[in-house]
Structure formats: C-alpha cells, structure tokens
Ligand binder design. Sequence first.
Ligand code: NCD
Length: 310
Amino acid sequence: MLGIEDLTREQISFILDQAKPFQEFQRYPLKKLATLRGKTVAVAFFESSTRTRISFTTAASRLGADTMALQAESSSLKKGESLIDTVRTLEAMRPDAIVIRHASSGAPEFVSQRLEIPVLNAGDGTHEHPTQALLDALTIRDRKGKLEGWNVTILGDILHSRVARSNIHLLSKFGARITMCGPAMWVPRELTNLAPDLHITHRVEEALEGADVVMVLRVQTERIHEPSLAADEYIFGYQLTPKRLRLAKPDALVMHPGPIVRGLEIDSTVADGPQSAVLEQVTNGLAVRMALLYHFVSRAPVDAPHPAKE
Ligand code: NCD
C-alpha cells in the first residue's frame, strides 16, 4: 500500500467496503478481535507523528496483533543505507507487515523493493499519505451518501502536502471537480498536471463558491514567515471562517487531517461546527487501517470479516 495514484477505482471501493464492518466495530463496547492473533506489525516512524502512529498501533492491537515500534528522528537516518539497515533489522525479528512514515518521498517504495513483507505507507515526504485519503473517502461517502462527482475545494499549502496529493489522486478517480486554493507560492500552476479537471484560484471566495467538500490543510507554521508570507496575511487571505464557509453549499462537509492549528488555517467555530467531520475522520482512520492490516497480514480471501462472529 504505497500510494493511491496506481490504484484503480475498483480497488479503492473494495478497501472502503472492507472498512465498513470495522467502522461498525469501533462502536462495540469490547474492541478486541482475535483475527490477527500471533501476528506482528512493525510500526516504523522515521518522522514525528501522533495520530497516524497511534491509529496504526491501535488498529493492529484491535485486530489482536502485536506491534513492534520504532520511533526515530529523521536526522539520524538520512542515508538510504541506514534506512535499509534499520528496516532489515526489524524484518529479522519477523514481523508480518511493516508500516512506514518517512520524511523522504519514495522511502516506503524503496523499502518494499527490498523486503518480502507487505509495506504500508503512513506518509512519505510530500509524496503520498494513502491511508489518509482512504479515510477521507470513507468519511465523504458516509456523510454525503456517495463518493462520486463532488465539487471539492482544497485550501492551504498544497505544494508540500502529501494529504492533498493522495486526495487529489483518489477523488479524481471518482469524478471530482477539484479546486486548489492558497497563496501562489503554495499552489503553483504545475499542480494541475496531477490529475484531470483540476482548477486553481488564489481567491478563497471563488474557491468556496458551490463547494460540496472543503478540505483544509494544516499550515506548517515554520513555512509561514515574512517577507514572503506573514501569519496575518494567511489568516486574512485563506482562513476558513464561518462567513467564508457560507459561500459553499449549505451542507458542505469540512475536513482537516489534523493536527489543527486553530485560528490559523481554520476558525474554531468551523472546526467544531456541525459541518465539520474532523473527529469522524479520526475514527474512520482506525477502520481503514484495520481493513488494510487485515487484508495484508492475514492474506485472507475477499469476503469481508464479520466482527460479531469473533
Ligand atoms: C498529516 C501528515 O502528517 O501528513 N497529518 C496526519 O497524518 N493526520 C498532515 C500534516 O501533518 O500536515
């Protein structure tokens, strides 16, 4: 599971369908299955993370698998050599799959070419964050009844966002009309080459007009500084405020991958408002990751699992 770009629409729908029973399962009072008992999932994060790491670890443990955790600073593992040595060491302890987050685009693919076990990309550089796009798709499908054909607005630092890239690949396969909006330095023309029917505007009002889904990206505070861009300028130009959200469709869904910087990219009223799906995204992340681990680790047949039977 290295990225969304090479998946077909059918494969994506299959994963979302597989996630369905696991979504239901998150509501059970006892959240532990024995499906992957005796299996081990290595969770190797070469870049800091809170929610994605906890989500994968919790997904593995709710399936009954053990986890082997590696949390390293990217600085100590800059060389490809070190990365491969580290994952080979983990592999020598015989996990059944490895989940990798790395600051370099392409690191999970590099690893997957050298290991025998399944590799799941938990975010690589600015390249892809496939499980985030899948959990976003599950959230849209649930909240809006279908995944096909929505007007989607992506707001913020698109250039550096793996979340944006994976979502653009996924939603384009389902006929979305995507508008990318943000400061010119973060939304360059070349981004329209990522998929068909991509549009760019630097005017937030124009971007929000008629939107069915508004995806707000995290603004990395270290990328925001004068003279190129001051925080005030960003807030004035692009923050998703209640007034701006009213330009979108009345039932437009507001999404954010987290972590949220309140008062910068999104106003608290919007983040906590009825149109926000932020916490559902987190819960759906567990379901999608359980479905993927189940699929890759158990190498089970295509029948969806039935948690109630466990
Ligand atoms: C994102 C990431 O790390 O790519 N967070 C996440 O996984 N939920 C988004 C971000 O940190 O900007």
